[in-house]
Design a protein around this ligand. Structure first.
Ligand code: ATP
Ligand code: MG
Length: 328
């Protein structure tokens, strides 16, 4: 298997307030190999976005701070780069696309201005050449009438079209890693399928590694090579996609999988994991999932489990992950 493009080690990102310290990301390890699609899943507030913003070094200031860890991109620790050096990494070696493209696109610049700006910053290219490349990129991401659209403003485009423009901007410098944070949630299912196809094409044609954050386990089943499940600021399970769906080991992962609506048993009410994610300003000492876990033992409340490799390539943060056939 190829080397990791990205290796995150023991990443901690906290928000420091006078009266509280919010542990948004609390010791995350993550590896992504070249050309690999890794899906990051977990309930709202588990730290998925903060993990990706930390990788981009775009944690909200001034309260947010990366307090420890390493973020190695091809062996270079991004946390040791100067702000100027980091500016050179963003949009060039790592790009990010967001759920709502309007927040990331500049409303007063044309589509062409925004895509060429990325090229002019990172590539020695003349303006004309950059415009030509912008049109080609828009064509690649399936924007019809690209030569015309390039002169239009974001508000003149449909939601699906804006998302394609965002992807074109993110991919124009052919980054090693693309991070997509809920890129299709705001789109209807047809456009969603097209955008997912497009991201797969990016991987196939450019060898781009992809971190795809999604709530939708259907999207995970369709896209993921590997899945990383987050809970309360930590990774609780990490394995290849087939294993995750066939032999999920963490009770939390099993709960998530049980919450998927099934077309066949429409009479059953939809399962949801009881309780809520603990407050990131006051995590419990033991297992963070213990108060919601149907298998919790006294040991779970007393000591926090570590992330262990229970089978080659399959990591689980649970005291009982490999202790026989427990079922939820
Ligand atoms: N600016 C902030 N100040 C304080 N806490 C924050 C801030 N932004 C996020 N958090 C907290 O950090 C934790 C992780 O948030 P994050 O946005 O990464 O979650 P998420 O997994 O992306 O959730 P979602 O699925 O809803 O997008 C949460 O507890 C959240 O309340
Ligand atoms: Mg988020």
């Amino acid at each position: 298997m190829s080397e990791a493009v990205l290796s995150v080690r023991n990443l901690r990102t906290y928000f420091m307030y006078k009266d509280a310290e919010v542990h948004a990301v609390d010791g995350v390890d993550l590896d992504v190999r070249a050309g690999e699609i890794v899906c990051l899943v977990g309930e709202s507030g588990c730290g998925k976005s903060m993990t990706s913003l930390s990788i981009m070094r775009l944690v909200p200031q001034p309260a947010g701070r990366i307090v420890s860890g390493k973020i190695l991109l091809d062996g270079v620790d991004l946390l040791r780069l100067s702000e100027d050096e980091m500016t050179d990494v963003r949009g060039n070696q790592i790009s990010m696309i967001f759920q709502e493209p309007m927040t990331a696109l500049n409303p007063v610049l044309t589509v062409g201005d925004q895509i060429t700006e990325v090229l002019l910053r990172h590539r020695r290219m003349r303006k004309r050449e950059a415009w030509q490349r912008a049109v080609e990129m828009l064509e690649f991401v399936g924007v019809a009438r690209a030569a015309q659209i390039v002169h239009e403003y974001p508000h003149q485009l449909s939601g699906g079209m804006r998302q394609r423009v965002m992807i074109a901007m993110a991919m124009v410098c052919e980054p090693k890693l693309l991070i997509a944070d809920e890129p299709t949630t705001a789109l209807d299912v047809t456009i969603q399928a097209q955008v997912l196809d497009l991201m797969r094409k990016m991987r196939d044609d450019f060898g781009t590694a992809l971190i795809l954050i999604t709530h939708d386990l259907g999207v995970v089943a369709e896209m993921a090579d590997r899945v990383v499940v987050m809970y309360a600021g930590q990774v609780v399970e990490s394995t290849d996609a087939d294993t995750l769906f066939e032999e999920p080991s963490h009770p939390y992962t099993r709960g998530l999988l049980r919450s998927i609506p099934s077309l066949s048993d429409d009479t059953e009410t939809l399962y949801s994991i009881p309780g809520t994610v603990p407050d990131a300003a006051a995590f419990p000492e033991g297992c963070r999932f213990a108060d919601r876990c149907p298998l919790a033992q006294p040991e779970c409340l007393a000591t926090a489990p570590v992330l262990r490799e229970v089978r080659p390539g399959h990591w689980v943060r649970c005291h009982f992950a490999d202790k026989g056939s427990v079922s939820v």
